[in-house]
Design a protein around this ligand. Structure first.
Ligand SMILES: Nc1ncnc2c1ncn2[C@@H]1O[C@H](COP(=O)(O)OP(=O)(O)OP(=O)(O)O)[C@@H](O)[C@H]1O
Ligand SMILES: [Mg+2]
Length: 442
């Protein structure tokens, strides 16, 4: 998965760490000294390095390889060295003897973090995400069909792209088809193509998307929506690699790798007769599950910051940051729309925030509400899920009116993440009446 550089002159450590990392599908390059390490020219994703080497300290490699993350191994009672290393920018530090499992986890975190900043579009390093990334790397090189399931907005399409990008078919474009919400005949013609026999309104033969995906991958999004009639044609493709254009009897053989995605429970659809059982088992040779964002709490802020970076650049608004209260609120919210919702919230916040710090008031209402109420009243996420969306100004009014009796103006302003002056100005601008009968139920 990643290319690692292991620099140590201790044979035993060396072997056990190397073997464990290779078992995780990493490529491990070896070096015994600072000199060896510095002479490496290939691209490295992470370095694991001894502090004490024959020609210097591993700490010296931090600057040399920056921004590649470096994990330092130090002897017992070398706490000071560890602290120094961390201050100099080491990614992590372990005292020996070190458990290879700890190194594997640190490498996963390091590569997830660095790739989040540089190349990997799949941001995240919580355990379910790391597991998913490992699975993606393992299954990508094979030709087996893959079924990706997960709630809406959890990144199913991104996983499909990642599988294709890591496969031997990546030299060709992946062809994507959304199977949802279109008339059966249209989807069928689009997928299988047709010859001109007046069966369709088309005037010439038409190459289907399956044929266009020859030698590449075909991404069938929302496969659960595929009409039953087309499901049997697709089964034939999966079983023998054969299709027929609509209106033709000629068999055409294609070499495509099928990647399908769904937010439905396909097994349940099978039991209701809505999805073909044989097709389900053909597709479900490997099932990858995209976890909902609420089960990836530790990734929420990392994702938010990755989106913030993107949006800041796109909108040329440098220097904007998330306040601590915002980070806490984002983490607390249940994200029914998953990563897509988080990205939208950050996008809007960057567009509309007035200060260089994004405060609670700049967030989408459902998020702030959950966050704020979460601080004072424990875990009440579920309450907000069906709440209609209010505008920011509505929310401001709602918050002020429902808290002004218990809070001073200073506290109100602090909770809203704005200055007292700003609170005063907004109150005046909105002409907030001092009564509570306009509030929605909470
Ligand atoms: N791990 C991730 N890191 C960064 N961005 C992500 C990640 N997962 C998803 N996204 C982004 O979130 C958005 C939604 O992802 P995607 O379209 O892949 O989800 P989906 O599961 O296919 O959703 P739907 O079921 O609604 O089609 C996209 O903009 C995608 O780039
Ligand atoms: Mg999708």
């Amino acid at each position: 998965m990643a290319t690692l550089l292991l620099v140590t002159d201790e044979t035993i450590i060396n072997k056990s760490i190397q073997i464990s990392l290779e078992q995780e599908n990493h490529t491990v390059l070896m070096g015994e000294s600072i000199h060896d390490a510095k002479s490496i020219t290939s691209k490295i994703d992470c370095i694991i390095c001894e502090h004490r080497l024959t020609d210097g300290s591993g700490i010296d490699l931090i600057m040399h390889f920056k921004p590649v993350p470096l994990i330092l191994l130090v002897g017992q009672s070398a706490l000071q060295i560890g602290i120094l290393a961390m201050r100099k920018g080491a990614f992590d530090c372990f005292t020996k003897p070190v458990d290879p499992a700890d190194i594997i986890k640190a490498v996963d975190r390091a590569t997830a973090t660095s790739s989040a900043l540089v190349t990997d579009p799949m941001v995240g390093h919580c355990e379910p995400m790391l597991k998913l990334k490992r699975q993606v790397s393992r299954v990508a090189p094979r030709d087996t069909p893959i079924l990706i399931s997960g709630e809406s907005g959890t990144g199913k399409e991104l996983v499909a792209k990642s599988i294709h990008a890591q496969s031997k078919r990546s030299g060709f474009e992946m062809i994507s088809v959304n199977c949802a919400a279109r008339p059966e005949s249209l989807v069928e013609a689009e997928l299988f193509g047709h010859i001109n026999k007046k069966l369709t309104a088309a005037t010439s033969d038409h190459l289907g998307l399956i044929e266009s995906a020859d030698q590449s991958s075909l991404f069938l999004d929302e496969i659960g929506e595929l009409p039953l009639g087309i499901q049997s044609r697709l089964l034939r493709l999966l079983e023998v690699g054969e299709i027929r254009r609509i209106g033709s009897t000629e068999k055409i053989y294609v070499d495509v790798r099928i990647i399908a995605a769904t937010h439905h429970n396909l097994l349940e659809m099978v039991s209701k007769g809505e999805f073909r059982k044989d097709l389900y088992y053909r597709l479900n040779v490997i099932e990858l599950i995209c976890p909902p964002l609420r089960d990836r709490k530790e990734d929420i802020v990392i994702l938010a910051e990755a989106f913030l970076e993107q949006v800041k650049n796109d909108l040329v608004r440098p220097g904007i940051q998330l306040s601590a209260a915002v980070k806490a609120a984002l983490t607390k919210y249940r994200w029914p729309g998953n990563i897509r919702e988080l990205r939208n919230v950050i996008q809007k916040a960057v567009m509309f925030c007035e200060d260089p710090i994004i405060n609670i008031i700049d967030l989408n209402i459902q998020t702030i509400d959950a966050g704020l109420r979460g601080f004072s009243a424990g875990d009440q996420h579920h309450v907000t899920e069906n709440r209609p969306t209010m505008s920011l100004e509505d929310y401001f009014q709602y918050f002020v009116l429902s808290h002004e009796e218990q809070m001073s103006e200073t506290e109100l302003a602090k909770r809203l993440g704005i200055s007292r002056k700003s609170l005063w100005e907004r109150r005046n601008r909105l002409g907030i009446p001092k009564r509570k009968d306009i509030l929605p139920d909470s």
